[in-house]
Design a protein around this ligand. Structure first.
Ligand code: QAP
Ligand code: CO
Length: 166
């Protein structure tokens, strides 16, 4: 297991679209383990492979209080439904910024687990928001894309300046 470094907005590599995983082999399982370790260490509740510069459709999530319920989604397909709900979102690739984002309340997911076995899941609440946020990453989209141009520009300039200093 090893910690991976997380790309920070506005790194253009965060805009790369992730490709489907052809086979869930030992290399993919090792990637999942590294992503889980990286997410727990951060600490975060969700991480997409694009954020660690791997353009593959792999997501890890843990929204449990005790941080002991890892969920893995490989090649996820989602369908959203229900009313629109607003949640304060953050992102490991946009450190220090939290803003309300409007999404749909429910999500139905089809994906492969860490063993390559297909499964389905229906979610609402924080898990639903997190799945939608992470699936955005796989498409090269970030939560800041849901904000006003003014807010996004301010966040970009603050993070660019921080990056120039470090
Ligand atoms: C996505 O985000 C998410 O700014 C996961 O300084 C977040 O794990 C979905 C984090 C909220 C729904 C609601 C952010 C850690 C972690 C920061 C995260 C930071 C340190 C973000
Ligand atoms: Co994120």
């Amino acid at each position: 297991m090893s910690l991976l470094s997380i790309l920070t907005f506005p790194d253009p590599r965060l805009r790369t679209k992730a490709q489907p995983v052809a086979t869930v082999d030992s290399a993919i399982r090792a990637l999942v383990d590294d992503m889980l370790e990286t997410m727990y260490e951060a600490p975060g509740i969700g991480l997409a492979a694009n954020q660690v510069n791997v353009a593959k459709q792999v997501i890890v999530i843990d929204v449990s209080e005790a941080r002991n319920e890892p969920q893995v989604f490989i090649n996820p397909c989602i369908e959203v439904s229900g009313p629109r709900v607003e949640t304060e979102e953050g992102c490991l690739s946009v450190p220090g910024f939290y803003e309300p984002v409007t999404r749909r309340e429910r999500v139905q997911v089809e994906a492969l687990d860490q063993q390559g076995k297909p499964f389905q899941l229906e979610a609402e609440g924080l898990l639903s928001v997190c799945i939608q946020h992470e699936c955005d990453h796989l498409q090269g989209r970030l939560f800041v894309d849901h904000l006003s141009n003014l807010k996004r520009t301010r966040i970009r300039s603050k993070l660019s300046k921080q990056h120039a200093r470090t």
